[in-house]
Write a protein that binds this ligand. Structure first.
Ligand code: NAP
Length: 301
């Protein structure tokens, strides 16, 4: 038997439930893994709330990204073997908050041997987002990158990747996260009504790229500090970014392998703030749902 965390009704966390099921069999082009770690993301509770639609019939498995050990190969699978350590997004209809999960072989990446499972587990969602946000519009060394939400899972990684490219990174976050933001090589900007003025004082000509992980009013308040509104990219709120002249995050093929290489070469390191056992998945989701995590939350079954 195997455990899987699901929600049984769209809406609040009261619909979440840990269930038992048989170990899932992989289909053609798929593998089953024993999950070693699963990243928790805002998208997990957003799906549960129905904010992305209510297309999937309940119960809907929760958790989009995992790192684990291959335990079964589906028909036609090549290039992956039993016992291999891999990371990747779960297959459609599957969930990562589980003892076992099914993944499409085409989407996964081998886990570097010395990369801890919790670090590997946060690369398919948060890692690829950070990679795309810092590469969708290319900057040159020395140009200014502003990250709104630099203390969160995606923002802290995006700031580190920007620093590795020798961009001048400025990171907006709440005051308690100053040293955390600075650890990503960024100049700290306290979030709040004075944030835009603080950026203007530091960079009177404006920033070359604005990467947003917060959206709404926080994004609107900062919009005027970017030199060119087409250089606003938001993963949190593409609608507002477009209204302002910018765009949403575009997922690029190959981003998972690239960000895995970046992390394997120590150019950026996801910060795992907290891990929870699968039995406490509800607390893990709730912590991320609070909207104020520092780095990443991970479930280790
Ligand atoms: N489109 C995609 O493919 C994609 C992929 C990944 C993530 N996303 C989205 O991107 C957003 C961020 O994801 P995440 O995983 O980084 O979330 P997260 O880990 O919860 O981080 C969000 C951060 O925003 C900060 N924040 C909240 N209000 C703020 C404000 N007014 N000014 C500055 N910072 C503020 C919070 O820190 P404080 O405690 O400092 O407030 C928190 O650290 C979410 O909306 C998520 O759904 C989209």
């Amino acid at each position: 038997m195997s455990r899987q965390y699901v929600f049984t009704a769209y809406g609040g966390p009261q619909g979440e439930e840990l269930r038992r099921r048989a170990v899932p069999e992989p289909g053609p082009g798929q593998i089953t893994v024993q999950v070693q770690a699963a990243g928790v993301n805002p998208v997990d509770w957003k799906i549960r709330e129905g904010l992305l639609g209510r297309h999937e019939p309940v119960p809907v498995p929760m958790g989009r990204e995992v790192a684990g050990v291959v335990t079964a190969l589906g028909p036609g699978v090549q290039g992956v073997g039993l016992g291999d350590e891999i990371l990747g997004p779960v297959a459609h209809g599957e969930g990562g908050f589980a003892d076992h999960a099914v993944l499409d072989v085409a989407a996964l990446v081998p886990k570097p041997a010395d990369m801890p499972f919790p670090v590997a587990a946060v690369l398919p969602v948060a890692g690829t987002a950070a990679y795309d946000l810092t590469h969708q519009i290319e900057l040159e060394a020395g140009q200014r990158l502003l990250v709104i939400g630099a203390g969160g899972g995606v923002g802290h990684l995006a700031a580190q990747i920007g620093s590795a490219h020798q961009f001048q990174v400025l990171g907006v976050a709440s005051p308690a996260k100053q040293s955390f933001v600075e650890s990503a090589g960024a100049t700290f900007i306290p979030a709040g009504p004075d944030a835009a003025r603080a950026v203007r004082e530091l960079v009177p000509a404006g920033v070359d790229l604005m990467v947003d992980l917060v959206g709404g009013q926080a994004l609107r308040d900062m919009a005027a500090v970017v030199k060119d509104p087409r250089r606003i990219i938001s993963a949190a709120d593409p609608g507002t970014a477009e209204e302002l002249g910018g765009e949403g995050r575009q997922a690029s093929p190959g981003a998972l392998q690239k960000v895995t290489d970046v992390v394997a070469h120590d150019l950026a390191t996801p910060h795992i703030a907290r891990t929870f056992p699968l039995a406490r998945a509800r607390d893990a989701v709730s912590e991320v749902e609070s909207g104020h995590t520092t780095g990443k939350v991970v479930i280790e079954p």
